[in-house]
Each structure stands twice: as structure tokens, then as C-alpha cells.
Design a protein. Structure first.
Length: 149
């Protein structure tokens, strides 16, 4: 499996093959937007482990396929973490918001809710200790993105 940025670039290259009118940067931006990011630079920032800055985390962790789950939406990640402390679950970032989901949601994403890497991150995908786990998970999600839609 490739890293997340490479996966995104492969998807953009494939897009460009089917739409030759797109310049290289346009195909990168369009593919990033299809994955829930504002543009490729935003995707690169998030997929490399940053929080996305003022643009937030993007929408990759909330695919339409997972729309049927009952989740707790919070205005911020801090609020989501506080809610998770009280109720359990897993914290996922969505743009500049936080989402507390169940293990079934995590499984539907194609991630392992019992993976040891969740432990140091306190079941919080945005936790600073989740950097390497987050990058590997993003690569895994991008590799099977078409299955999630």
C-alpha cells in the first residue's frame, strides 16, 4: 500500500487520463475536492498529519456510506473529546467539528476499532499521539475510497 499522498496522486493521474483537458494541478485539486478537501495543498497538509489549519480536517472520515449511523456531532474537537469521556466511542474530526462514533462506524470505514494504535490516542483520531496511525489510516481509506461511496 502507498502512503496517502501517493494514493491521492494516483487517483488524480487516473482522473487526468479520462479528462485530458485537465492540467496536472487541476486534476490534483479536483481529486482532493472529491475526497472532501478544499484543494490539493489542503489535502497534503491533513494527510501528512497536520490539522488542516483554518480549512479544518476535510470530510474524508464521513463518507456517504456511513450516513446511516447515529453519531454525536459536536461543534469542536474539544467538545467531542469531552463527550467521548462521558459516553465512550471514537472521536473523528470533520472539517472544524468533532464527531463521536461507535465501533460499528469505525469498522464500516474499514478501520480496526481494536487496533493497538487507538490506545495511545485515547480513541481520538485527531489526538497528537495518533500521527502515524492517522497517516496509515488515511492511506488505507484512500486505497478503498470507491468502496466507501
Amino acid at each position: 500500500m502507498h502512503d496517502a499522498i501517493t494514493e491521492l496522486k494516483i487517483r488524480a493521474k487516473h482522473r487526468r487520463k479520462h479528462d485530458v483537458s485537465l492540467a496536472h494541478q487541476q486534476s490534483l485539486d479536483k481529486e482532493a475536492q472529491a475526497c472532501g478537501f478544499a484543494h490539493f495543498a489542503h489535502a497534503r497538509r491533513v494527510l501528512n498529519g497536520d490539522d488542516g489549519g483554518p480549512l479544518g480536517w476535510g470530510k474524508l472520515l464521513v463518507p456517504s456510506r456511513c450516513g446511516g449511523f447515529t453519531n454525536e456531532w459536536c461543534r469542536s474537537l474539544d467538545e467531542a473529546v469531552e463527550h467521548q469521556r462521558q459516553t465512550g466511542g471514537y472521536v473523528l474530526p470533520y472539517q472544524r467539528q468533532g464527531l463521536v462514533v461507535t465501533r460499528d462506524y469505525v469498522e464500516a470505514l474499514g478501520l480496526d476499532p481494536d487496533a493497538p494504535d487507538w490506545g495511545p490516542a485515547q480513541n481520538n483520531f485527531a489526538h497528537p499521539e495518533a500521527g502515524g496511525f492517522r497517516q496509515a489510516s488515511y492511506a488505507q481509506l484512500l486505497a478503498r475510497l470507491d468502496d466507501l461511496r
